[in-house]
Write a protein that binds this ligand. Structure first.
Ligand SMILES: [Zn+2]
Ligand SMILES: [Zn+2]
Length: 734
């Protein structure tokens, strides 16, 4: 008798064993979707492992038998099953949540089916040669000329009613039968084929490194350095050897232009996975990949699971991007998951960025990754000069801190006069809850962590979300004594108003979460700007990524400091990434560009580094030594445990309990060097009507954190209205 362990779709955290009945012997395989009995009902689950005997301690007669196989073709290959198990172990989440994350919902739901439509084909040697009427005769000639096609499309093309087709079918001249018709996300778009572009010396060297490296490659290339062409040629090499490739792109950068670049080079073998696809399109694309019809997959973080056979290469573009981290269970980081998948499948891995994450940079320094550099822009045009506008001086001169400095206004005015375009960027990363002195820009920081405090309105306290430390909000600015600390930040709407007052005739486009709420309006706004229908594009970080506007010669950053004051160990890194990306938008074509950065902290390392021409390497070195000093990532693994409850006192009591229990575990296992914070309200202290408390855990190894958490979780029973969840390798500290 054989047995099979099955991961049920019920967040049980433990696969159950079932017997393989004689009728299904030799049929059941790992990765299949099975129907099994569970508490008197039928449930579905994935076969994880075939077992030769019943699990220890369970009498074989107590084990129920598999009911049926839902689909004989396994949903998961062995490496993909192993990948799901790795995610479950690494993120302390049930394996079935990882399996579910790997398959589009439409595939698992029974309502997603192949789309069938009527297909018309001429019949060879029909019994009677000539149709009875001239109309029918003409139609038959047309059908024979094109060789057949979809009924719907032909009827439109020839301007003939479907009934006439049916008449021809009845007389035996043509055959009409349902056929599966793919829902193609690129349908209706003209995509012209493209040929490989000649590479410059730096690009060629990078391509060679990718082809030869035995380790993952970190491709560090400045904005506009032609990384995508290098990816394209690396993929072409893999395809030529019969392999497949996955290209991961941050969701927001997955624009029609990005997709077109891949589709025009590789044609029909490109599949796109995207959250904006209809469920039917996603279902069809996924099945094309699974059948091997599509061998190049372009998509956001979930593309890491695409069932590409014979995987030869995974590219993670903009590898530093925080959207690769899933913010619900399982909280995997798709970049790290891609590296594990590449290892499991023996594929090459490339992480590309103009501003690599410090995790990857450190890996390159340590020799875990091979570093490939493209330090120059492909067209040879220099990075635009970056001018810092010291808002302290502006405030001294005018008596308050305006949204726009006179220098920036003057630069905008010049562009309006010459018909060139301007992009203005308002830094609204996450949401800032720190207090800023409006007179001098001072922000109170936690002395232990050197990070901005978060203001909690309820008890008027400043709290540190890393160590749990806190203090009362001072009555006036401790730095200059004159200001009262205030909530920072102005919205894009206010900026638009101020701008309209200064430039009455300017055509201004605004892009923020409100204005792009409609589907596709993101693309519409950009297309309008590209076509020259506006002078100024004003927006949040949405406009920072991967866009190429030849007529933009001025980029202005209104408030560089906003992201510096996030309660986040990566605040400096994030600021550098944002500013470098924004600066890269200027002067990409023939016209030279200029960048203005308004800041209260011109000496802050990321701001100063961007002013020196987006000088990443020295910035990264300096930032790494700060991280080491404060025991932050990448030197430490860092997890955030969040406790939620509608009852504030229960949330607080359980957060405290977990903090103490984790600290006790750390004390007993001192070799793990684990550091546990006090429990404190989260920066987002209440959401969805639930109070949120958090505990931060740090250790050199993630496995220590996971072991500690699992031990405590499994030995405690919080009441039903208290929920605790752990975010491993947390990127958000809200
Ligand atoms: Zn002040
Ligand atoms: Zn602190």
């Amino acid at each position: 008798m054989k047995y099979v362990s099955v991961a049920l779709d019920l967040a049980l955290d433990k696969p159950l064993a079932y017997a393989v009945p004689p009728a299904l012997e030799g049929e059941v395989a790992t990765g299949q979707l099975l129907r099994v009995p569970l508490r008197g009902r039928a449930a579905r689950g994935f076969a994880l492992e075939i077992l030769d005997h019943a699990p220890d301690g369970v009498p074989p007669e107590k084990i129920k038998a598999v009911l049926s196989i839902e689909d004989p073709v396994p949903f998961f290959s062995k490496p993909l099953l192993d990948l799901a198990k790795w995610i479950a172990d690494y993120t302390a989440s049930p394996v079935e949540t990882a399996l579910r994350a790997a398959i589009p919902a439409a595939v698992l739901k029974r309502d997603a089916r192949p789309r069938e439509q009527l297909f018309v084909e001429p019949v060879e040697n029909p019994k009677c040669e000539d149709p009875s009427t001239p109309k029918r005769r003409r139609l038959l000639e047309d059908i024979r000329r094109v060789g057949g096609g979809w009924l719907q499309r032909l009827s439109k093309e020839f301007d003939v009613a479907p009934s006439l087709f049916k008449a021809l079918a009845k007389s035996g001249h043509i055959a009409i039968a349902p056929r599966e018709r793919r829902r193609n996300p690129l349908e209706g778009r003209t995509i012209l084929p493209s040929k490989p572009l000649p590479l410059n010396a730096e690009q060629s060297a990078a391509l060679e490194t990718i082809r030869n490296s035995k380790r993952p490659v970190l491709l560090y290339g400045v904005t506009g350095s032609g990384k995508t062409e290098v990816y394209l040629q690396a993929i072409a090499g893999i395809l030529a050897r019969g392999g497949g490739a996955i290209v991961m792109v941050p969701e927001i950068a997955l624009t029609p232009q990005t997709v077109r670049r891949f589709a025009s080079r590789f044609g029909e073998t490109v599949a796109v996975l995207h959250s904006a696809l209809s469920p039917g399109e996603r279902y069809d694309e996924w099945r094309r990949i699974r059948r091997g019809e599509a061998r190049v997959v372009v998509g956001p973080r979930s593309a890491v699971f695409a069932p590409v056979a014979n995987l030869g290469l995974i590219v993670v573009d903009e590898e530093h991007d925080s959207s690769y981290k899933q913010d619900e269970t399982p909280r995997y980081n798709a970049r790290d998951t891609a590296l594990v998948r590449a290892r499991l499948e023996g594929a090459a891995a490339v992480l590309g960025s103009a501003t690599p994450s410090l995790e990857s940079w450190l890996n390159a320094k340590n020799g875990k990754f091979t570093l490939a550099r493209i330090p120059h822009r492909v067209r040879g045009n220099p990075m635009p000069p970056v001018r810092l506008v010291d808002m302290n001086e502006e405030a001294r001169r005018t008596g308050f801190a305006p949204l726009f400095s006179s220098e920036l206004l003057e630069a905008i005015g010049k562009r309006l006069g010459s018909g060139e375009q301007t992009i203005l960027f308002l830094n609204r990363r996450g949401f800032s809850r720190s207090l800023v002195c409006p007179a001098c820009g001072h922000v109170e920081k936690c002395p232990a962590c050197d990070l901005a405090y978060t203001w909690h309105k309820a008890d008027d306290c400043l709290r540190c979300h890393i160590c749990g430390g806190w203090k009362r909000t001072p009555a006036s600015c401790p730095e200059c004594g004159c200001g009262e600390l205030k909530r920072a930040g102005a919205g894009t709407q206010r900026a638009e108003c101020a701008l309209r007052k200064c430039f009455r005739h300017a055509r201004i486009l605004r892009m923020d979460a409100d204005s792009v709420a409609r589907k596709n309006s993101h693309d519409d706004i950009l297309a309008e700007f590209r076509a020259g229908h506006a002078d100024i594009l004003l927006g949040t970080q949405m406009i920072a990524k991967g866009l190429d506007f030849p007529n933009v010669t001025l980029v202005g950053v209104l408030n560089a400091d906003m992201s510096l004051n996030l309660p986040d160990p990566r605040a400096s890194e994030r600021t550098f990434q944002l500013l470098a990306q924004v600066a890269g938008r200027a002067g990409r074509a023939e016209l030279p560009g200029e960048v203005y950065v308004q800041t209260f902290s011109p000496e802050a390392p990321p701001v100063a580094a961007v002013a020196r021409g987006c000088d990443f390497e020295p910035f990264a070195e300096a930032e790494l030594s700060v991280r080491r000093e404060y025991a932050f990532p990448p030197y430490m693994k860092m997890a955030v445990l969040t406790v939620r409850s509608e009852d504030e006192s229960k949330a607080a009591a359980w957060a405290e309990y977990y903090s103490k229990a984790l600290a006790a575990f750390a004390g007993k296992n001192s070799a793990l060097s684990m550091n546990v914070s006090e429990a404190s309200p989260s920066a987002l202290a209440k959401a969805d009507n639930r109070f949120r408390m958090q505990v931060t855990v740090r250790a050199p190894k993630n496995s220590s954190i996971v072991a500690a958490w699992k031990w405590i979780r499994d030995s405690s029973r919080p009441p039903a209205d208290v929920r605790a969840s752990i975010d491993i390798d947390a990127l958000d500290f809200l």
